[in-house]
Design a protein around this ligand. Structure first.
Ligand SMILES: Cc1cc2nc3c(=O)[nH]c(=O)nc-3n(C[C@H](O)[C@H](O)[C@H](O)COP(=O)(O)OP(=O)(O)OC[C@H]3O[C@@H](n4cnc5c(N)ncnc54)[C@H](O)[C@@H]3O)c2cc1C
Length: 489
């Protein structure tokens, strides 16, 4: 019997991409989403004229989006306006010391030279290697499904892996090039996008510098919500149906075969089921124990990626010293990584990120106002109470006021705090993680949870727990890999 009818549980980027690809491949696809809108972590919250992207705000790796839309004979710009940001972002090292990373590489090289004599030439070399790593990784590692250890431990891949610095840590790799801590911070901060720490993630991820400096930082006009809308429209064009506001309660499995899903309202029959909902949560909550791919103990032992303490703030005035993307690096930033990855506690002192998309997109805030999104990376699984939220709200605003050199607190007209409990309640996030499964060497490629269930042949998973991992481009690739797995089964 030809299997035609596929249910996708969850409409994050993983669910949207899988649905669009399988719809194009001729399947009848229904996406069932627990929330009131599609997009998952990339939900949009509107309040009093402010339009907040609730999750991702950096549109990186434009080549991945090009490649995905090309599968449908389309371009991302058929669905949205993209602008390359300049400056790409502003880095604050202290209240009186900041630098801008430009879209112009030459300017950045000159900047590095001012931070460390000789750094210009070293950066050229670093970037050449970074581009090489990116190209090889994209060609040989990333767009691949890993089912067996032998898929990964091929002599060719081990040789390539060594060349790609797979077995060295990012921080020690960057130290071989640069003495300047400021430069290393600029080169290493992108690992936080991948839910990792520079002290524990493979130096392979120095490829992110090619992403950052060469491919550039982009912004879809209207916000990342426009990318969600583009993928949703694309999926509907492939005949995909969507059901919102219906949490799936159970995946029905009979004799090791998935037969459908049960929601609060009804039962949906299916020939195959794809889970885009949080892998760890779904494996342990939606699937009968004997059919779980991994044990509860396995999930307990995983290195879960950070959660995030988020502020969505509407201000009645612009913040002059901030640009679209702003990063503050605390002088003891290693301690912040320790608090996240080793001590697993609320950070004593912290680096943070502030995005003001209203600098680029006036529609994101009422006239004369600022749309402000603040992100403090924090350990997953922490106690999240109203008191703690208020303490961190005050700490963050106090510091932002010092950075900005102006009063912020009295100009807040919209305020929402979003942290662990919200990630758990809104997205069923395991331990309240914002990002899924961290990128350590032991959680790379074959060592990430598999796309195909270990016990149920027609049950699949896609999203930020799978290979290749965290971030919108990676999650889209995860679904491209999955669509091939299903096509070739
Ligand atoms: C604050 C933040 C900032 C980020 N910044 C960036 C960035 O700048 N750039 C970048 O590229 N990436 C960024 N990321 C990462 C990126 O957003 C994620 O990697 C990606 O969106 C994850 O997509 P996903 O499809 O795997 O999961 P999700 O987006 O979580 O989608 C899973 C979906 O499943 C649904 N679901 C859960 N349980 C059920 C159920 N029982 N029934 C039905 N549906 C269910 C959820 O509601 C959700 O819609 C950020 C993430 C966060 C949280």
């Amino acid at each position: 019997m030809v299997e035609k009818n596929i249910i996708v549980v969850g409409s994050g980027f993983g669910g949207l991409a899988a649905a669009a690809l399988l719809g194009r491949n001729g399947y009848q696809v229904t996406v069932i989403e627990k929330n009131e809108q599609v997009g998952g972590r990339a939900s949009v919250w509107k309040k009093d004229g402010f339009v907040f992207d609730m999750g991702p705000s950096w549109y990186l790796m434009p080549d991945v989006f090009e490649k995905f839309f090309a599968e449908f004979g389309k371009k991302p710009t058929d669905y949205m306006d993209l602008v390359r940001l300049d400056p790409a972002y502003r880095v604050f090292f202290s209240t009186h010391d900041s630098v801008d990373i430009s879209k112009n590489l030459q300017k950045n090289l000159d900047l590095f030279e001012t931070l460390e004599p000789g750094a210009k030439e070293k950066m050229k070399e670093y970037l050449e290697k970074s581009q090489y790593e990116y190209d090889i990784a994209m060609r040989d590692f990333i767009y691949k499904d890993y089912k067996h250890l032998t898929d990964f431990f091929k002599p060719k891949l081990i040789v390539e892996g060594t060349k790609l610095h797979m077995f060295e840590k990012l921080d020690s790799y960057a130290k071989r090039y640069f003495h300047s801590e400021k430069i290393r911070q600029i080169l290493e901060y992108t690992i936080v996008f991948l839910g990792g720490s520079p002290y524990d993630s493979p130096a392979l991820y120095s490829l992110m510098s090619h992403v950052d400096f060469n491919l550039g930082v982009w912004f879809p006009k209207g916000g990342i919500g426009q990318l969600v809308h583009a993928m949703f429209t694309l999926a509907k064009e492939q005949g995909v149906s969507f059901v919102l506001n219906e949490p799936v309660k159970k995946i029905q499995i009979s004799q090791a075969k998935a037969t459908g899903v049960i929601t609060e309202k009804k039962t949906y029959d299916a020939d195959s089921v794809i889970v885009n909902a949080d892998y760890a949560w779904a494996d342990t909550h939606l699937i009968e124990k004997k059919y779980q791919s991994y044990s509860n103990h396995y999930w307990e032992k995983r290195k879960i990626a950070p959660s995030a303490y988020l502020l969505f703030l509407g201000l009645d005035k612009p913040i002059k010293k901030f640009v679209h993307h702003n990063l503050y690096f605390h002088p003891q930033w290693g301690q912040h990584f320790d608090d996240i990855f080793k001590k697993c506690q609320w950070p004593k002192s912290f680096s943070y990120y502030v995005s003001c998309i209203s600098k680029t997109d006036p529609m994101a805030a009422p006239k004369g106002c600022e749309n402000v999104f603040v992100l403090v990376p924090v350990a997953p699984g922490l106690e999240d109470t109203d008191d703690i939220r208020e303490i961190y709200f005050n700490k963050t605003i106090d510091h932002m006021e010092k950075l900005a050199g102006e009063n912020i607190r009295d100009h807040i007209i919209v305020k929402r705090i979003f942290a662990h409990n919200d990630f758990s309640q809104r997205y069923n996030a395991y331990k309240g993680t914002a990002l899924g499964l961290a990128h350590t060497l032991k959680q790379t490629a074959i060592f990430r949870p598999r796309h195909q269930s270990k016990k149920v042949k027609n049950l699949y998973f896609t999203g930020h727990y799978n290979h290749p991992g965290i971030g919108v481009p990676m999650v889209i690739i995860s679904s491209q890999i999955l669509a091939d797995v299903i096509k070739n089964r």
